[in-house]
Write a protein that binds this ligand. Structure first.
Ligand SMILES: *Cc1c(COP(=O)(O)O)cnc(C)c1O
Length: 397
């Protein structure tokens, strides 16, 4: 190119890049940290937001834009942002919305780390209350003039209770509070909380959204203007990496197919479990006897047949010792405390996700050492039922 270029110069030069002749059919990964500008004037326009363009990866990059636009469409939202973990998506909304004197109302059935994050806000003069959101009268009473944010899970972990999002949203709005719904267990394949009046929907993309167990990421979507959220995301350094966004975008393509297959299996497995003598209790919103079956049917029905998701919980008699026996007797179902992978996995809440919580509080919501949580994957339900059958038989001796 330039005759005076030495090998040293050629090594660092960017002039060898061939022009793009036409678009690749899958998006490329764009790992660049910084973007070239045509001129100081162009830099002004891009940095002030008058012209579309990227400047620095922490502020935004093509892979994050593609994935967040995909999430925005899936939730029919006005804006969506992807972040470096599920927890940072929660931090993003909390940092934006709350100030000293505000109060957060928490569902009594939430992911453990959600509760930990809100407890840390005490230091900034932001308090919280906890309420059983299945009791709408108690929920209305628990709200005060200071309540700014209400946090619920669509399908709670691990008890599989389903929140009446529309009713809770109406109560929150009467107090000028915002409703944030953790939709991780459901995903937009099953439920879109914004269509039922939620102000924000939050998901750990780490789980069923990516679906392959190889990405840690989060997503926040909502109604209105997301400009301030976008600034917070960049300033507090919550940006997700281009490679993770690319992997997750790849996972999203099969989201609906995976959720449909896993939901069908989970229903068959839950029905089978309900008939087993060793099983004390099964919780799956697709079962007619589930306390929230009706509301699940209404919310997850969409335009056709309702899907109830890939997560289910069951309890064996005999506490932790019995659960451990069952878990060890079915090695074909890996014991790992996460969810939403292609493979069916099992978890034991009292020794993993809920280990920090008081046993009496857990007993009050129906969890004890005998509780096992299943994340149903893409195997045939027959395969999983055979494994479970072996697991439960280990209790008969
Ligand atoms: C995993 C999980 C989170 C947190 O997401 P990370 O990606 O692990 O940070 C929040 N809520 C629920 C229901 C989860 O399962």
């Amino acid at each position: 190119m330039n005759p005076s270029q030495t090998v040293r110069d050629q090594c660092v030069s960017k002039f060898h890049r061939s022009p793009n002749h036409n678009r690749p059919s899958t998006p490329p990964i764009v790992p660049a940290v910084v973007y070239e500008m045509d001129s100081p004037d162009a830099a002004d326009r891009i940095l002030s937001g008058d012209q579309a363009g990227y400047a620095y990866q922490r502020d935004g990059h093509p892979n994050a834009s593609w994935l967040s636009e995909h999430c925005r469409q899936l939730h029919q939202a006005d804006f969506a942002f992807v972040t470096s973990s599920g927890m940072s998506a929660l931090a993003l909304v909390v940092l934006n919305l709350l100030q000293p004197g505000h109060e957060v109302l928490l569902s009594s059935r939430l992911y453990g780390k959600t509760v930990s994050l809100v407890k840390e806000l005490d230091r900034w003069g932001i308090s919280h209350r906890t309420v059983d959101v299945s009791d709408l009268t108690a929920t209305a009473k628990a709200m005060t003039d200071n309540t700014q944010l209400v946090i619920v899970e669509t399908i709670s972990n691990p008890t599989m209770r389903v929140a009446d999002v529309q009713a809770i949203g109406e109560l929150a709005h009467q107090q000028n509070a915002k409703l944030l719904v953790d939709n991780t267990f459901a995903s937009p394949a099953i439920f879109r909380p914004l269509e039922f009046g939620a102000d924000f929907v939050w998901e750990s993309l780490t789980k069923i959204m990516n679906g392959h167990g190889d990405v840690l990421m989060g997503m926040l979507a909502g109604r209105g203007d997301g400009q301030l959220l976008s600034q917070t995301l960049s300033t507090w350094g919550m940006t997700a990496s281009p490679f993770d966004c690319w992997l997750c975008e790849r996972g999203l393509g099969t989201l609906y197919a995976r959720v449909k297959m896993a939901s069908e299996s989970a229903l068959a497995i839950a029905r089978w479990l309900a008939d087993q003598t060793q099983v004390k209790q099964v919780s799956y919103p697709g079962l007619v006897e589930h306390p929230d079956h009706k509301i699940a049917q209404e919310q997850f029905g969409g335009s056709g047949q309702a899907m109830f998701g890939h997560m289910l919980m069951f309890q064996v008699e005999g506490g932790r010792e019995a659960a451990a026996k069952v878990i060890l007797a079915m090695p074909e179902i890996p014991f790992c405390p996460s969810l939403g992978e292609m493979t069916t996995t099992q978890s034991h809440p009292t020794s993993t996700s809920h280990r920090g919580q008081n046993a009496d509080d857990l007993a009050a919501i129906g969890i004890d050492g005998g509780t096992i949580r299943l994340s149903v994957g893409l195997e045939s339900s027959q395969f999983v039922i055979e494994a479970l059958s072996r697991g439960l038989k280990s209790l008969d001796f």
